[in-house]
Design a protein around this ligand. Structure first.
Ligand code: WT7
Length: 676
């Protein structure tokens, strides 16, 4: 399964020695520590009585319709049941209870569209809109337990649609708007969704882009594919683009909401009732539907949001730049902040439209105090130069967060110095779609922060680094990151495939959750994440599967074989590089630079259509052979050497050791051009 050995440091990761050499640590200021939510005693309380600690968080942060009496039932391991005899509603917790507590006038969302249109949504507004949407969904036939697919840009309606589903107990499955019609179709089919919420389109890079045509295509009859179970499509109007309309199926969102009652009684569900399914890439071609349930998930989302970002709901303005199509958007745009009653910014567009200072302009405008974003965005802004953020007043910022991939110490230091005015703590938060919420992170005000390291498991979480034999490594050692105790927001399985759940996460090490990441512990016992050890890539913080892109490539008639690797990339962390063998006569097409460029474009577009623009390879190299072991396994390690312009490593286990010479000789020719 893996050809990367974390104990020797993976190719795409910086060496620990270099990192440690540059390490400085930043203790919290006394002023910050005095006012911080998190205190050092959280660690003590959690380790003295872990389950008692979680029960206390669940009672403090969440309002229950029926209080739970049992904290954890692990008898069905590895499927956990948390707070199982309690009942609650996630949308009530995110919205209504704040209105009932007298905070109806508090701003929940400062929406900023890419063209500059704005909308201010208070908690009272949100309550009305979510209630209308819940009534509209019910009127369209959605019942508790039915699945709803949400395929939207970053709009207030995206948040409303998710909460409306939660309000009636209909699990949502949000599909990122950058996925193609084919990817959408397979997710709709796997979840057996009965309704899709979409929009005519959204604004991106200064122009309206369309979304509904992908839904129309995903729902159209297709040879060899069974008809979907979708009955209705709710369409948000955002851009005034013309849309095709299917009578009887398509319904305008604004018309359905206008017709609906603004009062709705939230459905109290059991703590283990499914809240959402979110698809993510694994090591095989088929995306996994990660299942999260209600009580444990919102407990940990709220607890981490409060303590890791030191949220003060009365005074902070929080901004997480993630799209709701990813888990970060679920836990840290929707559930965490809203359950905590936070005020947040929601921005529709890209950071460089209409100019490269757009983010910093928004921070100045809304006086954002907590910013949560990804290393790839930080590195991009770093490349654009200090002058751009330097032109704005960023003094409102007091906590900065990072998520999605390892953050290199240079980017960390730049983030702190240029964006944080050399004073803000930075929290590097490690977690996954599967973990549901943050697992490893410093706590601002408590932990001295260290550039490049996610550092320590948060109170209540048990994370360790083990070797091949599942033995914990000593400080200074490297191995695999594992989680050794169940946690409230853990996934409850893969939708419709319990075996795959057990196999993927619980079969590598007995009784330990295998995260798929390599990690090291430094001399202080702090954890450094080193990237994936499986066939999963991380491009701009987005998870992509090598196998999935390989399948997409070979589904094109001109491709005989394909191998995909993630090559180190300065900005995006990793970049997708594909090696392809063309079929028969097509091989000749790539013999001229022009022909090769044509082939590359054709294949990039093909991957875009099969999966989505985010999966398009940055480089496609046409090769005569692929390096394989005697058992037929592609040696991606050697291809990564080629993709990263390194001398090719040990090739002695290849079935035919001359293959690498053939490949590198061929690539010296001008046909190996790349396309950005
Ligand atoms: C994978 C999970 C967590 C939300 C966004 C991505 C990598 C995530 C960090 C971090 C080093 C990180 C891991 C992980 N990752 N955060 N702070 N430092 N690596 O969610 O798509 O489920 O991907 O992202 O490799 O396994 P995801």
């Amino acid at each position: 399964m893996t050809d990367t050995n974390p104990t020797s440091g993976s190719a795409s990761s910086p060496s620990l020695e270099n990192l440690l050499h540059e390490t400085r640590s930043f203790p919290p200021s006394e002023e910050f520590a005095a006012q911080a939510n998190a205190k050092a005693d959280l660690y003590e309380k959690a380790s003295a009585d872990r389950l008692g600690f979680w029960a206390e968080q669940a009672r403090e942060l969440v309002t229950w319709n029926k209080p739970f009496t049992e904290t954890l039932d692990w008898s069905g391991a590895p499927v956990a049941r948390w707070f199982a005899d309690g009942t609650l509603n996630a949308a009530y917790n995110a919205v209504d209870r704040h209105v009932e507590a007298g905070h109806g006038d508090r701003v929940a969302i400062h929406f900023e569209g890419e063209p500059g249109d704005t909308r201010t949504v208070t908690y009272a507004d949100l309550q009305q809109e979510v209630s209308r949407a819940a009534n509209a969904l019910t009127a369209l036939g959605v019942r508790t337990g039915d699945r709803v697919v949400i395929y939207l840009p970053m709009l207030v309606e995206s948040v409303v649609a998710m909460l409306a589903c939660a309000r009636i107990g209909a699990p949502h499955s949000v599909v990122f708007g950058g996925f193609s019609a084919d990817a959408l179709r397979s997710r709709i089919a796997d979840a057996e969704a009965t309704l899709v919420v979409t929009a005519d389109g959204g604004y991106r890079r200064g122009a309206p882009s369309a979304l509904k045509p992908a839904v129309d295509e995903a729902l159209a009859p297709k040879e060899g594919a069974p008809a979907t179970s979708v009955q209705k499509v709710l369409v948000v109007r955002r851009t005034e683009q013309d849309v095709d309309w299917v009578e009887g199926r398509d319904v305008w969102w604004h018309e359905a909401l206008e017709a609906a009652d603004p009062v709705h009684e939230p459905v109290a569900v059991e703590a283990e009732h499914p809240l959402f399914i979110l698809y993510t890439s694994g090591t095989t071609g088929k995306p996994k539907g990660i299942l999260h349930t209600t009580g444990g998930y919102i407990t940990q989302a709220a607890y981490t949001h409060k303590n890791v970002f030191d949220l003060k709901p009365e005074t902070d303005v929080y901004w997480c730049t993630a799209d709701v199509g990813w888990v970060t958007g679920h836990s840290y745009v929707v559930y965490g902040p809203l359950v905590n009653g936070a005020t947040q910014v929601l921005y529709e567009g890209t950071p460089d439209t209409p100019h490269r200072g757009r983010w910093w302009e928004l921070i100045e405008k809304y006086k954002v105090s907590i910013l949560y974003t990804a290393p790839t965005a930080i590195r991009t802004c770093m490349k654009w130069g200090d002058d751009i953020p330097g032109g704005f007043d960023l003094s409102s910022l007091r906590v900065l967060g990072s998520v999605g991939e390892p953050i290199n110490p240079e980017a960390w230091m730049w983030y702190r110095r240029v964006i944080g005015g050399d004073k803000t703590p930075i929290v590097d938060t490690w977690w996954q779609t599967e973990t549901g919420a943050i697992m490893i992170s410093p706590l601002p005000g408590v932990t001295a922060t260290k550039p490049g390291s996610a550092q320590v498991a948060i109170p209540g979480i048990a994370a360790t680094v083990v070797d091949d034999e599942a033995k914990p490594v000593p400080d200074g050692g490297g191995g695999y990151l594992v989680l050794s105790e169940p946690w409230p927001s853990m996934l409850r399985g893969i939708w419709g495939d319990l075996e795959r759940y057990k196999d993927t996460y619980w079969s590598r090490f007995d009784g330990l959750y295998f995260a798929g990441d390599g990690a090291k512990k430094d001399e202080d016992g702090d954890i450094w994440l080193l990237g994936r050890v499986d066939d999963v890539m991380n491009v701009s913080g987005h998870r992509l599967s090598t196998t999935e892109i390989e399948s997409a490539l070979v589904s094109n008639e001109i491709v005989a074989e394909a191998a995909v690797v993630g090559a180190a990339d300065e900005t995006t962390g990793q970049a997708v590089v594909a090696f392809v063998i063309l079929r028969g006569s097509h091989a000749n097409r790539a013999s001229t630079a022009e022909g090769a460029a044509e082939v590359q474009k054709e294949l990039r577009d093909h991957v875009g259509k099969e999966i989505g623009p985010i999966a398009k390879p940055k480089k496609i190299l046409v090769v005569p052979e692929l390096p394989k072991t005697r058992s037929g396994k592609i040696m991606r390690r050697l291809l990564r050497d080629v993709a990263e312009d390194r001398a090719v490593g040990d090739a002695t286990t290849l079935a035919d050791s001359s293959v690498m010479d053939l490949i590198t000789a061929g690539l010296a020719a001008p046909t190996a051009a790349s396309e950005d």
